[in-house]
Design a protein around this ligand. Structure first.
Ligand code: GAF
Length: 393
């Protein structure tokens, strides 16, 4: 069953009627360009085939209810949330994500209320952006119920604007200081392409990523170790970057290029040097990867992925033993390149693997986890898929 029909069935079972509509949004993998988004830099994600769907109907009383169907078949309910009373900190746990979206859309005049049922298959806590898939699906649902389809011109908001609203809900309502990568990926990615986004200008290019024709696959390796961006290391890294930009008297680290890197590093206190080196070199790796992809040289991007991982492991220090093991064992078994993906501190790694080597690499990664007495990682391949939108049932 698809995420959309699961959500519609859940809605029907809870509310005794069919929903007015269903909207869904995918999780994402970031091919390269990590922790560059909040530095005004470049990212290169693609949408996963895994989606979360929001089946929804309008209400007249200004109340939002949200239910989610878990992978264990159990439904969790948020209870009634009065949209006019929503304040940062007023809702906790998973329900803060959809509530934050309603809170931010209140400023756009959307305060009528809605019943929403969520279902889908984006693994949660795997660094594959399930929370953003949830937020984006709910945002499109609440807008859709009000007759607004973003990105269709004629006075409707652009998808980029919606991504910014979702970011604000996450930063200011949920309290997670994340950048713009995940929402934009979920909303704007297209089938068969990676999305080259310049976060500063908002410019986007859909860059062909022809895995099948090139005989390669992206193997996703979910280390099944959890991470949370709302606390700790993520915010600390972000503040470090902002402090470095201030000391270097630039608007954001995006303004430092690899040519000016040594001069910039010489001006910084020791503890900020590795952070800045990661961000500046990572931006360049995105640009180099895009150049290779534009030239149809997909099988040659492996060294960029490898260098990105080393930079995150040694300079940004956001990798983990489990992620390093996945990356190293995939490389040793013949992957063309591998890196952790997403915010880090757990979650998933990806490997670019020749089609004929997928099984061998997968077995080698599992064997390495077994030898290290770790729980097996979850392994699957994925192709670039469509972004968020309304579903026909
Ligand atoms: C997380 C954040 F949500 C993104 O904004 C981005 O910073 C990413 O970590 C790291 O590239 O997914």
């Amino acid at each position: 069953m698809s995420a959309a029909s699961d959500a519609a069935e859940t809605f029907q079972a809870l509310h005794g009627r069919a929903p007015a509509g269903v909207w869904s949004a995918p999780g994402r993998v970031n091919l390269i360009g990590e922790h560059t988004d909040y530095n005004d830099g470049f990212v290169l994600p693609f949408a996963l085939p895994h989606r979360l769907a929001a089946a929804a109907s309008p209400r007249e009383d200004g109340v939002l209810t949200v239910s989610t169907l878990g992978s264990d078949g159990r439904v969790q309910e948020s209870g009634p949330l009065t949209i006019a009373d929503l304040r940062p900190g007023s809702v906790e746990g998973w329900a803060a994500y959809p509530a934050g979206v309603a809170w931010v859309l209140r400023d756009q005049g959307l305060d009528g209320g809605a019943d929403v049922a969520i279902a889908g298959n984006v693994p949660s806590g795997a660094g594959l952006s399930s929370s953003h898939a949830l937020e984006c699906a709910v945002a499109l649902a609440l807008l859709g119920l009000a007759g607004i389809t973003p990105g269709t011109g004629a006075g409707s908001p652009t998808l980029h604007e919606v991504a910014r609203w979702v970011q604000r809900s996450e930063n200011d309502f949920v309290g997670a200081p994340t950048g713009l990568l995940d929402q934009t990926a979920s909303l704007c990615c297209t089938e068969s392409n990676v999305l080259f986004l310049d976060v500063r200008s908002g410019e986007m290019e859909q860059v062909p990523f022809p895995l099948e024709e090139s005989g390669v696959r992206i193997l996703i390796m979910d280390s099944r170790t959890k991470h949370s961006h709302a606390e700790g290391g993520y915010g600390e890294r972000r503040r470090g970057c902002e402090r470095a930009a201030e000391l270097l008297e630039v608007k954001a680290l995006r303004d430092i290029g690899v040519d000016g890197l040594d001069t910039a590093l010489a001006k910084l206190p020791d503890e900020l040097v590795p952070l800045v080196r990661h961000v500046v070199t990572e931006n360049q790796r995105v640009l180099d990867t895009v150049d290779l992809l534009r030239a149809g040289r997909i099988t040659e991007i492996g060294p960029q992925l490898d260098a990105s991982h080393v930079s995150m492991r040694d300079d940004y220090r956001i990798s983990t033993r489990e992620l390093d093991l996945a990356v190293d064992s995939a490389r040793e078994a013949g992957a063309l390149g591998a890196r952790m993906t997403g915010g880090g501190f757990g979650g998933s790694a990806i490997a670019l693997v020749r089609e004929s080597d997928v099984d061998t690499v997968g077995r080698a990664v599992k064997a390495a986890y077994e030898a290290a007495e770790l729980r097996h990682p979850r392994l699957f391949t994925a192709v670039p898929s469509r972004g968020a939108g309304r579903d026909e049932l």
